[in-house]
Design a protein. Structure first.
Length: 316
């Protein structure tokens, strides 16, 4: 056994793939999830499962009373719209929840923390793309603020308590197990609509861009961050990595690539642009390539086909 890993949010889309990867690498895995959005069937059978909220005394005690080598933190309030409507709830979950876990980790001697941050929300709107890690930070939503605040908390705990904290700033993650309902990624929504024979709605002119990275590549990045020899903190950027593809894809291009990948005709319509939506987003991954020896491997067309097949097989 390589060690013990606790994965919060391990019943969710990204967290469950991360838990799978830890198990394949020989770790003993415990998953913590309150199942508010995660699904029990996503939890790997070989993992121990604890159903609790990350802000609970139970979650804190679990870390304080068990010797974990790794805390991999993916549990979060992740809906930008919810964060705007109820910023206090967003802060309680994402900021105070993290602090609760860190206090448990500190008491239990867990030194390594891998944190799921967001390259899509911590950087501001800019024409200078792709964003490097040092790009200007100007979140436009409470969710973005909570992710950036969390990175500063991690840096403080690293300096105060000799912890090793790494933040991974994800681009737009897509792939199998992504929930096509609720606050879902556009890929899962499009796949679900195609399967149901429904029209796809594109907001605005469809020229807004995102950087789409496959969840299996993201899981590999988590393993790379787990092995990385973390240096002393100089800035929050010195212990953070962008995880994406360095490729901008417009919504229109995404729809066409999905049609090509599935061989299906798409019925699309346009609706008014949504307020507050970033027009362009893309992250640079040179540092991850150099220091983590990580690069994305799955091409968008292949990943879209894989995602559509999973949604076709696993949704009613």
């Amino acid at each position: 056994m390589k060690g013990r890993a606790l994965v919060t949010g391990g019943a969710g889309f990204i967290g469950s793939h991360v838990a799978d990867h830890y198990l394949r690498e020989g770790y003993e895995v415990t998953v913590v999830d309150d199942l508010s959005s995660g699904r029990l069937e996503n939890v790997p059978q070989a993992a121990e499962f604890v159903q609790t909220d990350i802000g609970s005394e139970e979650a804190r005690a679990l870390l304080a009373e068990t010797t974990f080598d790794i805390l991999n933190h993916h549990a979060a309030q992740m809906d930008v719209r919810v964060s705007v409507e109820d910023p206090a709830f967003d802060a309680r979950t994402n900021i105070l929840g993290l602090v609760n876990l860190l206090e448990g980790a500190r008491a239990g001697g867990t030194r390594r923390v891998v944190f799921a941050s967001s390259g899509g929300v911590v950087y501001g709107e800019s024409d200078e793309l792709p964003h490097p890690e040092e790009a200007r930070k100007l979140p436009v939503s409470p969710y973005g603020v909570s992710k950036l605040t969390s990175e500063f908390y991690l840096a403080a705990y690293a300096m105060l308590y000799d912890m090793e904290c790494v933040s991974l700033r994800y681009a737009n993650v897509y792939g199998p197990r992504q929930n096509p309902h609720g606050e879902a990624g556009v890929v899962a929504i499009f796949c679900s609509k195609i399967k149901a024979g429904e029209q796809i709605t594109i907001y605005g002119d469809g020229e807004q861009t995102r950087d789409y990275v496959n969840v299996l590549d993201v899981a590999r990045a988590n393993m790379a961050a787990t092995r990385w020899p973390v240096p002393p903190v100089q800035t929050i950027d010195s212990v953070a990595f962008n995880i994406g593809t360095e490729t901008e894809t417009s919504v229109n291009e995404l729809a066409q690539t999905l049609a090509d990948a599935t061989g299906l005709d798409l019925d699309t319509s346009h609706a008014a642009a949504r307020s507050g939506e970033l027009q362009r987003s893309c992250v640079a991954v040179g540092r991850a390539a150099q220091e983590l020896d990580w690069k994305p491997q799955i091409q968008l067309k292949d990943g879209l086909r894989q995602t559509y097949e999973w949604i076709s097989e696993n949704t009613a």
